[in-house]
Design a protein around this ligand. Sequence first.
Ligand SMILES: *Cc1c(COP(=O)(O)O)cnc(C)c1O
Length: 376
Amino acid sequence: MTKNKIWLSSPHMGENEQKYIKEAFDHNWVAPLGPNVNGLEADLEGFLGEEKKIAAVSTGTAALHLALILLGVKAGDEVICQSLTFSASANPIVYQGATPVFVDSEPDTWNICPGALEDAIKERTALGMKPKAVIAVHLYGMPYKVEEIHAVAGKYDIPVIEDAAEALGSHYKGQNCGTFAPMAILSFNGNKIITTSGGGALVCPDEDLKKKAVFLATQARDQAPHYQHSHIGYNYRMSNICAGIGRGQMEVLEERVAQRRGMHAFYTEIFSGVKEITLLRAPGTDYFCNHWLTAILTESFEQREALRLALDEDNIESRPVWKPMHLQPVFKDVPYYGGRVAEDIFDRGLCLPSGSNLTDTDRERIRSAITKFLSI
Ligand SMILES: *Cc1c(COP(=O)(O)O)cnc(C)c1O
């Protein structure tokens, strides 16, 4: 008998998602606008605070593309991006005809390293290619070194874009991730801490920029009775049906954060006596991580693979940490600054099942698979 699959991170619905979808059907708001889109934006604005304005869009990737456009990133420009991340952090740079410049991580948060960032900025600027923006990621929900990164970027007057796709509900010194930079992005893909099946949001500093984002996201239509266009537009707005799911999910966000953090505590306990395995954990009390995924560092690439395969044997999904962008075939000719921190995390890092919907039975299966593996 095959055991049911334990997933890394699967959608976890609350109570009211279907109620909001039904309202959309009842009023025929089956379109990429409507009360759920406005409602989700208001919910997110209320949650994030700091007077941010939200534009709900079709994906986190689309949100990042819009952020780059709004910052004026054009063909031939360079944009710095954290190397240790999902490809969606870097791809929109290429959509603009610009070139990414990848930067290594530091070992405390696994996020972009302030020293390597400064080296990159100095050298690119000396080469006559001052970077147009820096994309910093809160990987697996762990806040990046906010003060250091913003100080370096600020010193050279380069705007930061916060990729908070994995970090809704995380905060640093009590301030929410997604509110530190002028613009940030969120993702509601199916595997994220809350989902709209597919969706994302651009966090804007004011109503004016939000208006510009929505204009671009709805085909850049000029004010006229006919269809007239002075700009190239995009079809990036969020569906009112998807936004209905999002409104239901916002009602359980805090609960989901607590449950994901509970999974991290569960693994902390399992690995507490195991010297060779460490967890990605908050480097201090200033950091509050939603622990979207719990990630561990094993002793070696071999141990990481052995653990992954042992879990797979029991139908438990785990996944190597994101493969750094500077090691991706598609980015092989792109400049890179830093050492081997990201590469080493990739070699030895593994993400473990972290879903908020895992049951006690699932946890017991995970625990026995890991303890069995460790006692070999
Ligand atoms: C998921 C993710 C994105 C992209 O979001 P989509 O909604 O899937 O387009 C961007 N950056 C990071 C770090 C992500 O994990």
